[in-house]
Design a binder for this molecule. Structure first.
Ligand SMILES: *[C@@H]1O[C@H](CO)[C@@H](O)[C@H](O)[C@H]1NC(C)=O
Ligand SMILES: *[C@@H]1O[C@H](CO)[C@@H](O)[C@H](O)[C@H]1NC(C)=O
Ligand SMILES: *[C@@H]1O[C@H](CO)[C@@H](O)[C@H](O)[C@H]1NC(C)=O
Ligand SMILES: *[C@@H]1O[C@H](CO)[C@@H](O)[C@H](O)[C@H]1NC(C)=O
Ligand SMILES: *[C@@H]1O[C@H](CO)[C@@H](O)[C@H](O)[C@H]1NC(C)=O
Ligand SMILES: *[C@@H]1O[C@H](CO)[C@@H](O)[C@H](O)[C@H]1NC(C)=O
Length: 778
């Protein structure tokens, strides 16, 4: 009798106890599909697994967030640790992993510097000149479907008009999902699909704050509109950023491409929108699975981590591997954690990893000091100062007394004394806080203008933001000169000359300071990033749902905005990949990447090697194969192909295949990682000599002869066998080996921890097929 009373009490307490147990989102992963089951059957199977650990049918249904069913086989659900353990004990279950709530964010540098650095402008027509031919050959991309995983889209932007576009490709299986301020009438023949994903977001971050974002594919942030229009925006004449900067015809890389929007990034609760947003892996995986099922040809992902993540823990990599099986090209941002080495994001060898560089356009806004010294700054601030000298102060000298020492000079919120700032130009240094936020603080304190000084790590890379007051950004060396001037005189003064757009600036491109750098520490045998594209000060379409600075106090609304980040570089390469897909519809995703990489440029517009943000030589750890060159990529001559199964063999060597493709039977002696047929070559820890194998496929003229040439990395010699390749038909494959030797006479000059860089090419006189290489000594 007593016993049952206790039971009853326990029963009454049960709901309370259960709610105390920490619930988490788990991904229950089964690998891939055999392809025999209908979608609803797969869903039912997932449900039955859940039911085996949940008490009721209802509970099972409520806990299921997503059923991944198009290419990836698995589901995401809310589970207790015990339920997760039970599921992982089941034989068919490959893995049950607790999802990491905070790994991913958009790769714009608008957010906190040094966590995710920067933003920029969009190049008006990177395919100008002979590239027009490529555009028309690709029919401007109109038969290609590009999925954009991001913060949504502003569908009313002229960049997404479908005027004059033909019917939607028959292969399209996606939808236009209805939501807040978004219904089927917002999709058209340009914007052919739109979906949104926030189930994991809401579990971790609480209900979406509907004043901060739309519960739909509509983009409040602006980032998704920016990247989508960079991939495939229509040609819009007379587009410009705030203040009329960068005026001209705005156009995406593939202006008639079809866009499918997958919104998976949302505001971070309790943070200013200027701080950036968050993208949960469970939501992104659902978006990628749907994109694969919907039939996209190319996927653009300007999202990542701020440090390298192992392939098996990286759901962008896992989703992309499944995409590769359907021959979908996946282009991703390399990250904004540079210039520190070993900071790359999105490094899987089946992804195109895109770094960021400058374009040949500047928004020149010189600063003239009271002593006559003229400093070349840049700005896109819309308002102008009078053409007269204003008192000039360094922020640290007018800070409120309660400021901590390391924040001095940074112009963080509420840091400046209004009495001391009033009517003055204030020099603020980058480092902590957002750049636009510093401008806002100077304005709040009554300052007249802002000089934004680079810290040393940023060198001469000048980010142009839509500041809320007259402003000019200056290089590190110039900031030091201005400080010296302020120290040297009783009454320092300065003029900020209003900015203007200057085209064809030199040298360009140079690597952005923020772009993440190699080596690829997850696998030193794969050289990353793959390529670089414009990512500094890029103009593209913007959301009219929010201000260009994202500051709560900024009430301005714009149609186009300037941003920087590898987020902006990635969609340039996506657009180029879409054009290649249109011209060569049968090419594999690896062939398209190879064409982009082997034709990339290593020189800038004054004919010198690509440099970094401080004028020093850049290396393949910043730019990969070089700056993308879509026109040349359309006719690469030879390609380094690789199939989905090659990547699985690669993972066999890597030792993690069973975590992703459990049913794949690895060969007894799988190929060495460095023999993956990659268009670049990395050899870490070389002891004596090493020989690698590569295979090229002829995609140029039917009869051709290619000769080997090389510029070996300093201290090494390199030899190809054979060194001449004869082709007599298109599609023909030829294999060769490359042997790299340490030059013993150079041993004493080589440093163990340092990489040497070089390249090798195959050329038939018409095509130059170049592969960069990085070698280090054991
Ligand atoms: C979609 O929303 C717009 C308003 O934004 C409205 O005018 C239109 O009637 C709606 N269309 C459908 C099909 O509901
Ligand atoms: C939602 O966001 C607005 C504006 O950012 C803020 O004022 C409000 O407090 C937020 N609401 C909640 C419930 O957090
Ligand atoms: C271009 O835009 C400017 C400013 O918005 C406007 O004054 C001008 O008339 C426009 N020109 C054309 C050709 O639309
Ligand atoms: C520092 O002082 C200013 C003005 O006296 C104030 O507005 C601000 O909130 C203070 N900041 C901190 C971090 O205490
Ligand atoms: C300017 O003076 C401050 C101290 O007031 C000092 O910390 C700083 O190093 C000086 N800067 C230059 C560039 O001379
Ligand atoms: C990545 O994961 C694989 C498989 O779990 C493991 O063998 C490898 O050591 C990991 N690599 C790094 C750099 O953590």
């Amino acid at each position: 009798m007593r016993f049952s009373i206790i039971s009853i009490i326990l029963l009454l307490l049960l709901p309370f106890l259960a709610s105390c147990v920490q619930k988490q989102v788990y991904i229950v992963y089964f690998g891939d599909h055999s392809g025999e089951k209908a979608l609803h059957e797969i869903e039912e199977t997932h449900h039955s697994y859940l039911l085996s650990v949940k008490n009721t049918e209802e509970e099972a249904r409520a806990s299921l967030l997503y059923s991944y069913k198009h290419s990836i086989n698995g589901f995401a659900a809310v589970l207790t640790p015990e339920e997760a353990t039970k599921l992982s004990d089941l034989e068919e279950v490959v893995s049950v992993s607790r999802s990491d709530p905070k790994k991913y964010s958009l790769h714009t540098t608008r957010s906190w510097e040094f966590v995710g650095l920067e933003e920029g402008e969009r190049k008006q027509s990177w395919w100008k000149g002979s590239g027009d031919h490529v555009l028309s050959k690709a029919r401007y991309g109109q038969d290609v479907i590009v999925g954009v995983l991001d913060s949504g889209v502003w569908p009313e932007s002229k960049s997404f008009s479908d005027e004059g576009m033909g019917p939607i490709p028959k292969s399209w299986k996606g939808i236009c999902q209805t939501g807040v301020a978004f219904n089927s009438s917002h999709c058209n023949r340009k914007l052919i699909g739109a979906r949104y994903y926030l189930k994991a977001y809401e579990i971790y971050s609480g209900p979406l704050n509907t004043t901060e974002d739309y519960r739909s594919a509509r983009d409040k942030d602006g980032h998704g509109t920016h990247t989508a229009s960079t991939v495939g925006g229509r040609m819009v004449p007379n587009a410009s950023a705030i203040g009329g900067f960068a005026l001209g015809t705005a156009s995406g890389g593939a202006p008639l491409v079809r866009l499918a929007i997958y919104k998976a990034c949302w505001p971070v609760p309790g943070h200013s929108k200027a701080d950036g947003n968050t993208c949960y892996e469970v939501d992104m995986l659902a978006a990628m699975d749907d994109a694969i099922g919907d039939g996209v040809n190319v996927l653009s992902i300007s999202i990542g981590t701020d440090k390298p993540v192992n392939y098996t823990d990286d759901y962008i990599a896992i989703g992309a591997l499944h995409a590769t099986k359907r021959n979908i090209v996946v282009s991703c941002s390399a990250g904004n954690s540079g210039p520190t080495p070993s900071t790359l994001s999105n490094i899987a060898p089946w992804i195109i990893t895109v770094g960021a560089s400058s374009v040949d356009r500047e928004f020149v806004s010189p600063v003239v000091l009271g002593n006559g010294l003229r400093i070349e700054g840049q700005a896109v601030a819309p308002s102008k100062l009078d053409n007269k000298l204003y008192p000039l102060v360094y922020a640290a000298d007018i800070a409120n007394p309660n400021m901590t020492k390391d924040a001095l000079g940074q112009c963080l919120p509420d840091s400046l004394s209004p009495e001391k700032a009033k009517g003055k130009i204030v020099l603020c240094m980058r480092g902590l806080g957002t750049r636009v936020g510093k401008g806002f603080e100077v304005k709040r304190a009554g300052g007249a203008g802002l000089i934004l000084g680079n810290i040393q790590a940023a060198g001469g890379e000048l980010p142009c933001d839509a500041h809320v007051l007259p402003a000019s950004a200056v290089a590190y060396n110039d900031a030091v000169r201005i400080l010296g001037y302020i120290n040297s005189t009783e009454n320092p003064k300065a003029i900020i000359i209003p900015g203007r757009t200057v085209l064809h600036t030199k040298p360009a491109p140079f690597m952005a300071a923020f772009t993440s750098r190699g080596p690829n520490v997850i696998d030193l045998n794969i050289l990353k990033p793959d390529i670089t594209a414009p990512g500094l000060n890029i103009l593209a379409a913007w959301s009219e749902g929010d201000a260009p600075t994202k500051l709560a106090e900024d009430k301005r609304i714009v149609k186009y905005n300037i941003l920087s980040g590898t987020s902006m570089a990635c969609p340039h390469v996506t657009g180029a990949a879409a054009l290649l897909k249109a011209i060569h519809p049968t090419w594999s995703s690896a062939a398209i990447r190879s064409a982009l990489m082997t034709t990339a440029k290593l020189t800038n517009n004054v004919g010198l090697p690509l440099s970094d943000h401080s004028g020093n030589h850049a290396t393949p750890f910043a730019y990969g194969s070089g700056h993308f060159s879509p026109t040349k990529a359309a006719d690469p001559g030879l390609v380094y192909n690789a199939s989905h199964s090659d990547y699985l063999h690669y993972l066999c060597t890597f030792g993690s295949i069973s975590k992703i493709y459990p049913k794949f039977k690895c060969p007894k002696s799988p190929l060495a990682a460095m023999n993956l047929n990659y268009p670049s070559l990395a050899i870490p820890n070389l002891d004596g000599a090493v020989t690698v194998t590569r295979t090229v496929t002829n995609v140029g003229g039917s009869k051709s002869v290619y000769f080997f040439t090389a510029r070996p990395p300093l201290g090494f010699s390199i030899r190809a066998s054979p060194s001449i390749l004869f082709f007599d038909h298109v599609g023909q494959k030829k294999s060769f080996t490359i042997t790299v030797n340490v030059r013993s006479e150079m041993l004493s000059t080589l440093n163990k921890d340092e990489y040497s860089f070089g390249w090798y090419t195959w050329t038939d006189g018409l095509h130059v097929v170049r592969s960069p290489m990085a070698v280090s000594l054991a």
